[in-house]
Design a protein around this ligand. Structure first.
Ligand SMILES: Nc1ncnc2c1ncn2[C@@H]1O[C@H](COP(=O)(O)OP(=O)(O)OP(=O)(O)O)[C@@H](O)[C@H]1O
Ligand SMILES: [Mg+2]
Length: 248
């Protein structure tokens, strides 16, 4: 359970560091420590549901590659999730931001390995947690961009029953989830695979389409692939990747 902290102890800054469907993320100070705070406005029912999901699941997790929760607070109208602050931004921003940083294959494999370790941990808990929104926007960087932690557990769920609801970001979503078929924790593995491809090519998935930002065009592209035909990794690529795995 996340520790309930007194809202009065929280000093929110004006600086918004992220804004998505879940709510704004702001910098703040708590007990002289710089932190990040995700703010959930309870006017919308789905926001409340996702907030509870995120706070519950994140509080149960203790892993070096998952963002650490400090506590939760409420002012009666909004709920606040207090997290450690990772100042180097998201992996998405690193890949496509103005700075155009360079990175090596070894670095890409290091990020991928860290994400895979966190997913293996989440999926092997007594009540396995499925993230359902694995993508570079939800990977936060630290340690001079060398290491990552997974954030954004707004869609996370435990996998005690088979799911058929479509949740996630289309570009990264497993076909079985899109088609409302039964899916398992493997949907995270599919999204991880798309992200791995993205890390190696530094291209947004489906950017080759004529309308790369059209949800309809992406859906059509995904639907044209048979469910049983998944791309295979050729042996030589697998060998190269294995050789590149850092020894940490
Ligand atoms: N602990 C943190 N430290 C630093 N930056 C953070 C932190 N948490 C979130 N952010 C920034 O805020 C952005 C949005 O956060 P998050 O992904 O949790 O919420 P969301 O995007 O609203 O949810 P959704 O992806 O469902 O729209 C992240 O991509 C990241 O840039
Ligand atoms: Mg997000």
């Amino acid at each position: 359970m996340a520790k309930q902290v007194d809202f009065a102890e929280l000093k929110l800054s004006e600086k918004i560091i992220g804004a998505g469907s879940g709510g704004a993320v702001r910098k703040a100070t708590f007990q002289d420590q710089e932190i990040a705070v995700k703010i959930f406005d309870f006017l919308e029912k789905t926001v409340k549901k996702n907030a509870e999901r995120e706070i519950t699941h994140l509080s149960e997790i203790d892993h070096e590659h998952v963002i650490r929760v400090i506590g939760r607070a409420s002012d009666g109208k909004k709920d606040y999730l207090l997290m450690e602050y990772l100042e180097e931004g998201s992996l998405h921003n690193y890949l496509y931001g103005d700075d155009k940083w360079e990175y090596t294959v070894e670095q890409a494999v290091r990020w991928a390995l860290q994400c895979a370790k966190a997913l293996a941990y989440l999926h092997s808990l007594d009540r396995p947690i499925v993230h359902r929104d694995i993508k570079p926007q939800n990977m936060l960087l630290h340690n001079q961009h060398e290491d990552l932690k997974i954030c954004d557990f707004g869609l996370a769920t435990d996998m005690t029953i088979n799911k058929t609801d479509m949740q996630g970001t289309l570009r990264y979503m497993a076909p079985e989830a899109i088609k409302h078929l039964k899916y398992t924790a493997k949907c995270d593995v599919y999204s991880f695979g798309i992200m791995l491809w993205e890390l190696m090519t530094r291209q947004l998935p489906y950017s080759h389409l004529e309308n790369p930002n059209s949800q309809y065009a992406i859906l059509k592209a995904i639907s044209s692939v048979s469910l049983v035909v998944r791309p295979t990794i050729c042996h030589s690529v697998r060998m190269n990747v294995e050789i590149s795995i850092p020894k940490s």
